[in-house]
Design a protein around this ligand. Structure first.
Ligand code: EPU
Length: 420
């Protein structure tokens, strides 16, 4: 297994481009199952999750190639049953259910597993598909879905903590080939949902309201092939912006969308970070003291849960107490214990982490538990004096394109080696 060895204490300095968004491209790849014509997706990040999705599409009978950030998928004919083990392993693969069912009238997809950040139910995905008149059974670990022709309907998709991102994506995709009009109320407003809607519209789908809590889809007979450029990854941008501030560096991020980062930038400003945000580029400037801020994660446009762990590392630099409350996933504080190995003082009280910043941090061996926790540990390693070893970097490779190379370009002393 790969590991990162980080010699910390160097402020990041320089310029890097932001890659295409993982959480936009996964549902977009699933959407290619809606047509028998070829699709071309550009600005695709080279991530293990993307290659994994490619394997899933191939297991369904589609052709999938990835070259220099461009993916070509041709799902000329597809099977209605995917490889059990492949699908089970990646949570994002649940979004093949809607497109397969809409295209084939039948789908057998393994139940996705839970994961370390929480139980991750799929009841809202199932509720939405049932509302479109699908018959669903859970048998032998598979979701077995059937419908002669999906029927448009009004669906309230809000759950216990609000909207669901992949649930909205799944139902929106299924509705594109349903008979009549589907109205999704309490839809997720994330930019990744909007990007998927743009791709579907370029395939011939009729969708209005993406990016608002009410999405209206008018079903079409069929969709055609299309080309698409994936939006920049707002979470990757947030991660490097926070890494720059946490090391008191001067970093310019290019090829990104500052408007997708409003909540993160607002918190950074409140924390005393100086920056210049100009459309597609963001320059983080070195500055003085970092102030403690409180934050609760929320659905978009609120502060994203996927940047919560990273912000926690910035708060390690702040004098005073900050409180970070996780409202989306119930156990997304796995990084807190590992940060403590580096000298952080963090107490977990229910859904909140109380961070007493300003402590001396020193390098140690830590273990990544999930994608964003890994990013937080890497940032903390950059802040520490001495050597930090971050194990189980495969979590990071799921969602950050060549992170070690990008960090080295910014002057960080990061080396990838094999875990001993
Ligand atoms: N939920 C339900 N029932 C459902 C679906 C979700 O109760 O049927 C609950 C979840 O348990 C959670 C909340 O609704 O409490 C929101 O979950 P959501 O469905 O929005 O999450 P997701 O769509 O499965 C995507 C991203 C996550 C990101 C969340 C929230 C992808 C592949 N994953 O997951 O990304 O944290 O939205 O923004 O798009 C990551 O990139 O590190 C990551 C975990």
């Amino acid at each position: 297994m790969d590991t990162f060895i980080i010699q910390g204490g160097v402020p990041l300095h320089g310029e890097i481009p932001i890659s295409g968004a993982k959480n936009a491209v996964l549902p977009i790849l699933a959407a290619t199952l809606l047509t028998s014509e070829p699709c071309v997706i550009r600005r695709v990040p080279d991530l293990s999750d993307v290659h994994f999705m490619g394997k899933i599409l191939r297991s369904l009978g589609a052709s999938f190639t990835f070259e220099n950030g461009t993916v070509k998928v041709h799902a000329k004919r597809v099977r209605d049953k995917g490889d059990y083990d492949l699908i089970r392993k990646m949570r994002g693969s649940i979004c093949i259910l809607g497109p397969l069912l809409a295209r084939k009238g039948k789908a057998n997809v393994s139940m996705p597993g839970g994961c370390v950040i929480g139980t991750r139910p799929i009841d809202l995905h199932l509720k939405g598909l049932r509302a479109l008149s699908a018959k669903l059974d859970i048998k032998e670990g598979y979701i077995q879905a059937k419908s002669r022709k999906l029927q448009g309907n009004e669906i309230f998709l809000g759950g216990r903590v609000g909207p669901t991102v992949l649930g909205t994506a799944n139902i929106m995709m299924a509705a594109t080939l349903a008979e009549g009009v589907t109205i999704i109320e309490s839809a997720a407003c994330e930019p990744e949902v909007v990007d998927l809607a743009h791709f579907l519209i370029s395939m011939g789908a009729k969708i209005q309201g993406a990016g608002t809590p009410r999405i209206v889809v008018t079903g079409a007979e069929e969709l055609h092939g299309a080309e698409h450029d994936v939006i920049p990854d707002r979470i990757e941008a947030a991660t490097y912006a926070i890494a720059a501030a946490a090391t008191n560096g001067e970093v310019t991020l290019t090829d990104m969308r500052c408007d997708h980062l409003a909540a993160v930038l607002d918190k950074m400003r409140e924390a005393g970070v100086r920056f210049e945000a100009r459309g597609s580029s963001l320059k983080i400037l070195p500055g003085g003291e970092i102030h403690a801020v409180d934050v609760s994660t929320q659905p978009y446009t609120g502060f994203p849960t996927d940047a919560q762990a990273q912000l926690m590392t910035l708060m390690l630099r702040a004098q005073g107490l900050s409180i970070i409350t996780e409202r989306i996933f119930e156990s997304r504080f796995m990084h807190a214990n590992e940060l403590a190995r580096l000298g952080a003082d963090i107490a977990i009280e229910g859904p909140s982490a109380i961070i007493r910043g300003g402590k001396e941090l020193s390098g140690a061996e830590v273990m990544a538990s999930d994608l964003r926790a890994s990013a937080a540990l890497v940032i903390a390693g950059l802040m520490c004096s001495g050597r930090t070893q971050v194990n189980r970097i495969y979590h990071l490779d799921r969602g950050y394109e060549v992170m070690d190379k990008k960090l080295r370009k910014l002057g960080a002393r990061v080396k990838r080696t094999k875990e001993k």
